[in-house]
Design a protein around this ligand. Structure first.
Ligand SMILES: [Zn+2]
Ligand SMILES: [Zn+2]
Length: 143
């Protein structure tokens, strides 16, 4: 449609332009890969938390790595030990997951925001605004 003639003003709106071509390949950053890992495996990673350690699936193989953040970040993958920064995509992914999973005010286990229940006013054990997991909410009469 190069000739947008003025003689045809009632023309229906042109179809949406095709999606732009993918941008030229750019080097994927660690943050990108961590985000991909997080989106695909956030739930798995969050639920794997035991005794300070998360299990993080490899983005590229069937391997699963052990990651912890304290006292210092650690990952069992090769990148982590080869890299100079003491950081890898698995550690990055765990940081993202932790931000998305605050601890329950009752039991201290971590949950996704959507699973937590907010304690209301006038509760004897919790402050208004405290977030509880469903189990604790039931146990303490918040639900
Ligand atoms: Zn790693
Ligand atoms: Zn709880």
């Amino acid at each position: 449609m190069i000739d947008q003639s003025l003689a045809q003003p009632a023309q229906p709106a042109p179809p949406a332009p095709p999606a732009p071509p993918a941008p030229p390949a750019r080097k994927e950053t660690r943050a990108d890969r961590a985000l991909t890992l997080y989106v695909e495996h956030a739930e798995t990673i969050a639920l794997s938390f035991r005794a300070g350690t998360y299990k993080v699936p490899s983005g590229t193989s069937t391997a699963v790595y052990s990651v912890r953040l304290v006292p210092t970040p650690y990952c069992s993958c090769r990148d982590f030990h080869a890299g100079p920064l003491g950081e890898c995509k698995h550690v990055s992914a765990v940081r993202v997951v932790r931000k998305a999973t605050p601890p329950c005010a009752g039991c201290g286990r971590r949950f996704f925001h959507r699973e937590l229940v907010e304690a209301g006013d006038g509760h004897l054990t919790f402050f208004a605004g405290d977030m509880l997991c469903p189990e604790c909410a039931v146990a303490h009469g918040v639900l």
